[in-house]
Design a protein around this ligand. Structure first.
Ligand code: AHR
Ligand code: AHR
Length: 517
């Protein structure tokens, strides 16, 4: 990265009185949040039970997977006082009551600490421990990372960035050895990477790579070190240990298509010397069978150990990214007609993007971003006029046109994910805000994947309880923050000076103002 001289060492300009340009944003509830939760009929695990391939693990932060389930879905923990609370369905068989999380996490940072097993087997997922490939415990997911809509209700998925992961090494009822099982999960087809290994399913109980056949998990992403499918991915593959398989061998299996629906149904199932990949759009249509054949050489019989992983590989390889909404593991291999019924149930949920209230982040829009910390409400996120630092600076109607342009941002589709945004300066240089060593800079887009990741931010409800915060796409526990008038990607209570917990919520919350330029 080119380093230009840094001019912004200290506060410049007087604190201005609070500008009145703030477009105040009120409540942050999803539209449709008052829709009654749906009457429970047959949910996925009822369907599997009727078919004698019962769920032995059922995980979802968005809904009950049994019509009768009314217990906790997941637990969140807040940074402010370390307290935890459980999020439960609105009613038996219904959607998650995200309002519990929203009110509990107001003015603080929350993580997802546990995803409860709804199957009655107690196979809850918690923070993954260290493994053969990476230390631990892994980073916990930002509870606010993946807002979505299910059945008309605001819900949250589990947004996994590299370093994050969940696991249960001490399970009950999960297939071991060569026993048959089925697994499905709903993922975000726009949020993947090529790191190892965004998995959900069966893995080793000792967090180590125990060799071929000691895993059988769904993999979803663009990793090509082992197998791959047609196109550029992401692909649904099976992580069978020491290999991601798109078919009976590693390498290209062109029958396994790129599957990148915003909400993607992914399935892996198998039995004695036979296994399958199924995939489809979680919002419509039926499943396609992307592979059905024999085990790869060296993987028959299977030696499954029955632990459960989410967002990592079997040895805690934790370089992957993805988003999880729901998933189950069954005892026995479900029939095609059972999986078709489950897909129909999934489609009936109507998973959809969550849109922020009066969403000001539409592509091409010009905005200014006003600090909300009481010190600094006359300040706006500003690209430096000569160096390439990004910080906050006081801007008024009598400011120079140069400063006004530097305090004005063009909202662009996120360079790494168009469901998030990138901020391009309006000063004519075409530069974007990106983080580097967790400081924000204005830089020209060099076209690399790294730049795209570092320049992509996901607008979220403001951490202070109002306005907006901007989650880093590749470090989803960090948000754009001002600190001593410079801007950073900052976590609440991390190792850098700018991660200080004091004023973190305010410093990471910005009002969207009319553009200065
Ligand atoms: O099989 C692919 C990966 O290889 C596994 O997830 C991991 O345990 C090993 O590094
Ligand atoms: O800002 C954190 C990281 O620092 C960025 O992802 C990378 O570009 C740099 O190494």
């Amino acid at each position: 990265m080119t380093r230009r001289p840094r001019l912004r060492n200290a506060r410049r300009g007087l604190l201005a009185l609070a500008a009145t340009l703030t477009l105040a944003v009120g409540g942050l509830l999803a539209s449709g949040a008052s829709t009654p939760s749906r009457a429970a009929t047959q949910e996925p695990c009822d369907i599997y039970a009727t078919a004698n391939t019962p769920c032995v693990a059922a995980h979802s932060t968005t809904r009950a997977l049994f019509a009768a389930y009314n217990g906790p879905l997941y637990q969140v923990k807040r940074a402010s006082d370390g307290a935890t609370t459980n999020v439960s369905p609105l009613s038996a068989g219904g959607y998650a009551n995200a309002a519990t999380q929203d009110s509990f996490c107001v003015n603080t940072y929350c993580t997802i600490t546990e995803i409860f097993d709804q199957s009655g087997h107690g196979n809850n997922l918690t923070d993954a421990p260290a493994g053969g490939a990476a230390g631990g415990p892994d980073i916990l997911a930002n509870a606010n990372g993946a807002p979505a809509v299910a059945g008309g209700h605001k819900v949250y998925g589990v947004f996994i960035s590299p370093g994050m992961g969940y696991r249960d090494d001490s399970t009950s009822g999960i297939a071991t050895g060569n026993a048959s099982e089925g697994e499905y999960a709903i993922f975000d087809g726009s949020h993947t990477n090529n790191g190892c290994c965004f998995d959900y399913g069966n893995a080793e109980t000792n967090n180590h790579d125990d060799g071929a056949g000691t895993m059988e998990a769904i993999y979803f992403g663009t990793e090509t070190a082992w197998g791959r499918g047609a196109g550029s991915g992401p692909w649904i593959m099976a992580d069978l240990e020491n290999g991601l398989f798109s078919g009976s061998s590693t390498g290209l299996n062109s029958a396994d298509p790129t599957t990148n629906f915003r909400f993607t149904t992914a399935m892996v199932e198998g039995g004695a010397n036979q296994w399958e990949i199924l995939g489809g759009n979680a919002d419509s249509g039926t499943l396609s069978t992307d592979f059905n054949g024999v085990r790869p050489s060296g993987y028959n019989p299977m030696k499954k150990q029955g632990a459960i992983i989410l967002g990592i590989g079997g040895d805690n390889s934790d370089s992957s990214a993805g988003t999880f909404y729901e998933g189950v593991m069954t005892s026995g291999e479900p029939s095609a007609s059972t999986e078709a019924s489950v897909q129909a149930n999934i489609v009936s949920v109507g998973y959809a993007n969550f849109t922020l209230p009066s969403n000001p982040f539409t592509s091409g829009k010009l905005i200014s971003l006003q600090a909300t910390t009481p010190c600094c409400t006359g300040d706006y996120i500003t690209g430096d006029t000569s160096g390439n630092d990004v910080g906050i600076a006081a801007v008024t109607s009598s400011s120079s046109s140069t400063l006004k342009a530097n305090a004005t941002w063009i909202v662009e589709p996120g360079l790494a994910n168009s469901n998030c945004v990138s901020f391009k300066t309006d000063n004519g240089s075409g530069d974007f805000i990106r983080h580097f060593n967790f400081q924000l800079f204005l830089e020209p887009n060099d076209g690399t994947g790294q730049f795209a990741l570092d320049a992509t931010f996901c607008p979220r409800a403001g951490n202070s309880g109002s306005n907006y915060s901007f989650m880093s796409y590749n470090f989803s526990y960090k948000y754009i923050r001002h600190f001593n008038f410079l801007a950073y990607a900052a976590s609440d209570g991390g190792s850098h000076a700018w991660d200080a917990s004091s004023l973190w919520n305010e410093d990471t919350s910005f009002a969207v103002a009319s553009p200065w330029a």
